[in-house]
Ligand binder design. Structure first.
Ligand SMILES: [Zn+2]
Ligand SMILES: [Zn+2]
Length: 304
């Protein structure tokens, strides 16, 4: 079994896709991040970035003939985090087994929300018609997902039983339910072989830093954090973005510093920011925190 632990960005843009020459360096697809931990492939969110990832997974499957064993974690079900799912080609193969986890929204199960997002007349193929084998589960307060080295499929575990897990090669996926985003969002932490990754997209900062997110992120190797706005946009006198559920890049920096993370990736880029604007932000941010960079489509980071 491989010990690799890596992150690949397939979609880094917030709110809606932004194709075109002005965004070609950073990328225009909406959120999707692939985490490779040991032999497991864990996908975070299904924005349009998941479409290219799906094509790559199918190409690999055609080469090796190996079944596609995948896990997809949804942070929440806003459009920019789900719109790629109907075009995620591996779900059309019977050689695919996919475990999908995410929050229950209002009174709807995750499965119902996904099914409703691809119903005729808005989409030609229903969830029931997909050829893949799948299990779709709500994540409830007090639960976590673990990938036991002795088991094929991930399991949901009550978090208070976590101390019973001894093997460091067990992948642990914990989440924090945050209400700093409209309808709430799950912030994920993935621990593997004493390394940790935090995925904190679609979250808005608080004065002094979001203390819950800071505690949750303590000592992580990589924090991927929402950084949609500049200070000027956030607190604009006539068109403020306060309360929209997103952070400024300075809020992301504040969390990274207080949590003492090794690296910070700025994520969920504002669609109105072109490459030049984003690279200017990156330079400013690097003056304040050496290990910060823009999440860029296609970028891979090794954590192991
Ligand atoms: Zn979003
Ligand atoms: Zn959202």
């Amino acid at each position: 079994m491989s010990n690799s632990f890596s992150v690949t960005f397939w979609g880094v843009r917030g709110s809606f896709p932004t194709p075109g020459a002005q965004t070609a360096r950073i990328g225009g697809n909406t959120p999707c991040v692939l985490v490779q931990a040991g032999n497991h492939q864990i996908i975070l969110d299904a924005g349009t970035g998941i479409i290219g990832l799906g094509r790559a997974l199918v190409a690999e499957h055609r080469k090796t003939g190996a079944p596609m064993n995948l896990t997809l974690l949804f942070t929440h079900t806003h459009h920019d985090h789900t719109q790629g799912f109907p075009f995620f080609i591996p779900t059309h193969f019977s050689a695919t087994h996919i475990n999908i986890f995410g929050p229950r929204s209002l009174s709807q199960d995750l499965e119902e929300v996904i099914a409703r997002s691809m119903l005729p007349p808005v989409f030609p193929i229903t969830l029931d018609e997909l050829a893949c084998e799948r299990r779709i589960s709500n994540l409830n307060e007090g639960e976590m997902v673990i990938f036991d080295p002795d088991q094929d499929q991930p399991q949901i575990l009550r978090a208070h039983r976590e101390s019973k897990i001894e093997a460091p090669e067990t992948i642990r996926v914990r989440f924090l339910r945050s209400f700093s985003h409209p309808q709430g969002v799950l912030i994920y932490r993935i621990d593997y072989n004493n390394q940790a990754l935090i995925f904190a997209t679609d979250t808005e900062g608080y004065i002094g830093g979001d203390q819950r997110v800071i505690n949750f992120s303590k000592g992580a190797n990589l924090l991927i954090h929402d950084a949609q706005y500049t200070d000027e946009e956030y607190a604009h006198s006539t068109a403020p973005k306060q309360g929209w559920g997103h952070s400024t890049w300075k809020m992301a920096l504040e969390v990274a510093r207080a949590a003492n993370v090794k690296q910070l990736a700025l994520f969920h880029h504002e669609p109105m920011h072109d490459d030049d604007a984003l690279e200017k932000i990156e330079k400013q941010a690097q003056k304040e925190f050496a290990a910060v960079f823009l999440a860029r489509e296609g970028m891979q980071i090794n954590l192991a």
